[in-house]
Write a protein that binds this ligand. Sequence first.
Ligand code: SER
Length: 400
Amino acid sequence: MISTDRTIRMFLEFFRERGHELVPQESLIPPSGDSVLFTTSGMHPLTPYLLGRPHPLGPRLTNLQRCLRTTDLDEVGDSTHLTVFEMLGSWSLGDYDGPRSLRWGCELLRDGFGIDPGRMHVTIFGGDEQVGPDDESWRTWEELGLPVEPTTEENWWSHEPTGLCGPDSEIFVWTGPGMPQGTPTTDDRWVEVWNHVMMRYVRHSDGSLEPLRRPSVDTGLGLERLVRILQDRPSVFDIDIFQPWLTTLPRLWGPLDESSMRLLSDHLRSCIVVLGDRIVPSPNGGGYVLRRLIRRVLTTLWRDEPTRTLSDLPIDLIEGTLGHFRQSRPPREVRTVLLDEERRFGRLLERGWQVLSRPRFTGPLRDDDYRYLHETHGLPRDLVMYLRVGHGDPTGNVVR
Ligand code: SER
């Protein structure tokens, strides 16, 4: 069985053998001036170089980057989505072209990792009113003998509404039983593992596209998704790096249903990594996302058993997670912040119950009641609803 660590090494070695330099991993805090809260992909810290600045390490790069995406938070718990995940990447900054990148992608998956091409499907950009179909990629995949599905929106990559963008081509692997069926857009057992973006344009605020003087290729491969396929597991939560969570959590907190188990492993692991990058819980920004992740963990734990506590979390689980992500923050510091947040949230719930037991709040609440509870008592609407109904999710969706 190929381990996660070996998968990382194989990917990076493959590209290093083809002249790519290893870019050091950045933290989850995006470059200054960036409008998003966290690093969301391997290309993210490379934006100035994709826009044309020469990179000090040269035009061929590769790396492994930790990423955090809150847009997928509602999907956490299915078989493919994680809040914090790792992305393997390769870049040609104005060097080789898209077809070269696609050929290497196919070679590595097929000959390096041994994935049967009969279980692969690709998608390409089929064209829209501004840009024609990506014929070059289409031809390349046909020459490689892989089935191709053209789409429009799904195969146009952009980080934000304006800025770098271009057509992309995604490689999917069949994860269902038996012979592959349907296509990536018609059957979700096709799991996307690797995206190759032909970074060719900058979009301006009026919607117009300006071709880049030096087009690049940006690829990102979801590490845990690939490992799930290589280890032939039913979900990303069943791969080797999740084993310590699967064995430890039920020992600490008794039998947990599958969705609680997945949410707890995903969110606790994410909290540790975010704290490992020295982000602190706060009422706004990235710190607020962290606070909400911790609160989702706590409400999941307390739903069935209010005496469960994060003090139970063994230090070696924190240490192992920080070690995997190569983070140097002492595990005890991470644990201290988690426990402080647990106490703070416990006190907030206590105060909430007291305030809400007043006669004024026993009937239906109006908007000005919610405003008063929030402004005077620090009780946001979703928390009030949680306290009144006695169950549910007081932290809602982290993305607002
Ligand atoms: N930018 C692409 C992605 O995030 C590939 O790195 O999927």
